[in-house]
Design a binder for this molecule. Sequence first.
Ligand SMILES: [Zn+2]
Length: 325
Amino acid sequence: MMKSVSRRSVLAGGSSLIAAPFVLPGLTSLADAKAPMLGAQRPNHYRFKFGKMEITTINDGAFYLGGPFPIFGTDQFPEDVEELAVANHLPPKRMEIGFSPVIINTGNELILFDTGNGDRRGESAGHLQAAMKIAGFTADQIDIVVLSHFHADHIGGVMAGGKLAFPNARYITGEVESNFWLHPDQEGGRTGNTHKLAMINVKPVADNTTFIKDGATIASGITSLFAPGHTPGHMAFHIESEGKRIFLGADFCNHYVMSLQNPDWHMAFDMEKEQAGQTRRKLLDMLATEKIPFTSYHMPFPAVGYVEKKDDGFVYVPASYQLNL
Ligand SMILES: [Zn+2]
């Protein structure tokens, strides 16, 4: 019977409702007004205290593509890669790859590690700037931008609308990486697009950049680790505060199932595949043996977890509340 009373007639005050205006109209309109669909929603950022530091992972967005094969396991049979996906509750032919820049407040500096996709690569990613605001940061607060390597999903956000996206920042990146990508040898061919973007986004800030090697101090408690293979000069970072350690791995592994369970499998975006596999295995082994948490750019958001050894490989254990205590 209630359903026969339209919202319009209730608002107009039908005579039978006037006697009990505070009850019936409310009930009727609740029953009639369906809540709107809001669209899929992802977490925007995740922040935890780490010794004297605060670490925030930021969701730059994601790409949706065919895979895991032939992105992961390029040296494997497609059906073996698909089988591993299905065994881990993932679809065999469609995948999401997310992007998670990290902001560390050391108490003295606000440091951004990698800049997301920026405004050049479609609508599903490049949300760093908007997400940072929601997370409580403004772009002009960033003191240091660290670039782990020069792939477009990491350097794309150095510029925004042709201007410096982080106007007060200085920059830190690997010497080997920079020398490789900014060199004219990389024009055209397989390296052409990344070279071109590096010339647009990174070359203009070269005078304000510190080029580092293995073991360099980024800030108190943060040191670089040369971790090549994904790119020739790819860098990862050890972070330590008040006796606690966390590892910022960038792209030493790129999928929480494929890269961990089969660290030696070739991956399309690893430029030196054997070397990338060796670096991956060595660092995963370190994380599992020393039981330290890590953040890595393409792990599922919020991109913080642990590594356990399993068979001849490893498994990813997402962080739950360990870092919140
Ligand atoms: Zn990447």
